[in-house]
Design a protein around this ligand. Structure first.
Ligand SMILES: [Zn+2]
Length: 289
């Protein structure tokens, strides 16, 4: 992926080295370790902040400004620059797609942090992987995750990392389009099994949106080669729930899937990549794989 001469985003906040401030805030009584483990596993990769899953989001207000403020503006280290350049590309692609649909795109903020950091969705932690908080419309990422992606999840390559960022931005698109709210409302009335299914559909759509971004960014910049596409498809497949579960517990429990199998994730990423169309990303359709 030829990204080095790309423009950096203006929407990056760098909190690395600032210290997280505040411990894990647990409201309303004790939580069993099991509940925490299930929530962390469920939201493990690229999901919504596990604090949301656990219902621990502070108060009803949401969106309160975080107590920690990092530096805004360009970053200088390689992983940081890469992330900022990919984010800038998502801003350009989504602004254009929204403009074509007669609407205006409000780009998300991206916060780089290490360890833990306050968010409008509760305390963000590196251990859960990158995530999107809809309440402050921000993507949170500890860049150490790139190393994990390569070593632990056998998903090497810069485009695998770009896919992760684009997936989180896909959640932002779902948020501004109202899809995320619709799904959360439906989940409140659903059984656990159906709620998990809806989570899977939401995650697969974010994968498809990541593919849509890749399609248009390639048209604009020609910065990907065949190896990159393979890296992206491999990453999508490696971080499917089936492989994640096998790594962590040795068995596969399809009903507990919240992100989709590796095959599903790669399928939807490829669908977005091939078509470049939002309307090709209807993962909620009855017969969708
Ligand atoms: Zn996700």
């Amino acid at each position: 992926m030829r990204w080095e001469d790309g423009r950096q985003s203006d929407n990056v906040e760098d909190r690395r080295g600032l210290g997280g401030g505040g411990g894990l805030r647990v409201g309303g009584g004790r939580l069993s370790l099991g509940a925490i483990v299930v929530a962390l596993l469920g939201s493990w990769l690229f999901g919504i902040n596990p604090m949301v899953v656990l219902g621990l989001v502070d108060g009803a207000g949401g969106g309160a400004p975080p107590a920690v403020r990092g530096e805004r503006g360009p970053v200088s280290d390689e992983a940081g620059r890469f992330t900022s350049v990919v984010l800038a590309s998502t801003e350009e692609v989504w602004a254009e797609l929204f403009r074509q649909a007669g609407s205006q795109y409000r780009a998300p903020r991206l916060v780089m942090f290490d360890g833990r950091t306050p968010t409008a969705c509760g305390t963000g932690q590196s251990a859960t992987g990158p995530f999107y908080c809809p309440l402050d419309q921000s993507v949170y990422i500890d860049l150490e995750f790139y190393r994990m992606l390569q070593q632990r999840f056998q998903a090497p390559g810069d485009f695998a990392q770009a896919y992760v960022i684009a997936h989180e931005v896909g959640h932002h698109v779902q948020n501004v389009l109202g899809t995320m709210r619709q799904v959360q409302t439906a989940q409140q009335r659903a059984s656990e099994r159906d709620a998990n299914r809806l989570s899977v559909r939401l995650e697969l759509q974010a994968d498809c949106y990541a593919g849509v971004w890749a399609h248009h960014s390639q048209r604009a910049r020609g910065w990907l080669d065949r190896t990159d596409v393979q890296e992206g498809l491999n990453a999508a497949s490696q971080i499917g729930d089936d492989r994640m579960m096998r790594r962590s517990q040795g068995t596969i429990v399809p009903d507990a899937f919240t992100h989709g199998s590796g095959e599903q994730r790669a399928h939807w990423f490829a669908t977005g990549l091939r078509t470049g169309r939002l309307d090709a990303c209807d993962t909620f359709r009855q017969a969708a794989p």
